[in-house]
Design a protein around this ligand. Structure first.
Ligand code: 13P
Length: 241
């Protein structure tokens, strides 16, 4: 039985004043895993408040001459237990390829972090009927060999649903998540694939969370905007159990 995970991706938002919100979330009684991925600058300051933390990206190397970058080992040192890699905003803003995302996932594993690998089609790709082809290519290229339930979470985030208030239909989510599960099973075996959690992300809100969590092969959510305030994030966590 997979334990649900509700992960908040704060993106480039938040400050140390957000500690109050983290404390509110930590005080909730819940029966699911919760993770908050704040900007790098907040990880050390927000750690130890009862909510596990993750980074939003990492470099492939452990240290060296890479101005402005942060390694997986540094995230771990700051108190993180996980890192998001391959978010569509990284792929778009920084030209990240599947191969680079896979290398970052390996770096996460090297540092003992859970890697949350993001994949998702653009609206043009969906309109062209290419969704599963794109998802298959991203999965093959972005997830390294050696994936296990303890090391990997896959987040399906359709690019056109991120920050737009639009979500896929339930049938569309079930189709993609089922495809991801089957594809992981072909590569890593049925047992591993059955244990790897698949998150849906893209305009998850208090009003649609319960419906999304009830879908087959949906094991939680990667939440952007609605993870910034306890008033929004708490009901999403409650919907997960
Ligand atoms: P929103 O929940 O703001 O649509 O963002 C989703 C996302 O990109 C999470 O990684």
């Amino acid at each position: 039985m997979r334990r649900r995970l509700v992960a908040g991706n704060w993106k480039m938002n938040g400050s140390m004043a957000s500690a109050a919100m983290v404390d509110e979330i930590a005080a909730l009684s819940r029966d699911c895993d919760v993770l908050i991925c704040p900007p790098f600058t907040l990880i050390a300051g927000l750690s130890g408040r009862g909510i596990p933390l993750g980074g939003q990206d990492c470099h492939t190397e452990a240290q060296g001459a890479h101005t402005g970058d942060i390694s997986a080992e540094m995230l771990r040192d700051a108190g993180a237990v996980a890192v998001i890699v391959g978010h569509s905003e990284r792929r778009t803003d920084h030209g990240e390829t599947d191969a680079l995302v896979a290398a970052k996932a390996l770096a996460a594993w090297r540092a003992g972090l859970l890697a949350i690998v993001c994949i998702g089609e653009t609206e043009a790709e969906r309109d062209a009927g290419r969704t599963l082809e794109v998802i298959g290519t991203q999965l093959a290229g972005s997830v390294p060999d050696g994936a296990t339930p303890a090391r990997l979470v896959v987040a399906y985030e359709p690019v056109w649903a991120i920050g737009t208030g639009r979500t896929p239909t339930s049938d569309q989510i079930v189709e993609v998540h089922g495809f991801i599960r089957r594809t992981l099973a072909e590569r890593f075996g049925k047992d591993a694939a059955e244990g790897i959690r698949l998150l849906y992300g893209g305009s998850v809100k208090p009003g649609n969370a319960a419906e999304i969590f009830a879908l087959a092969d949906v094991d939680g959510a990667l939440v952007g905007g609605a993870s910034l305030a306890a008033a929004d994030f708490a009901p999403i966590i409650a919907a997960a159990g």
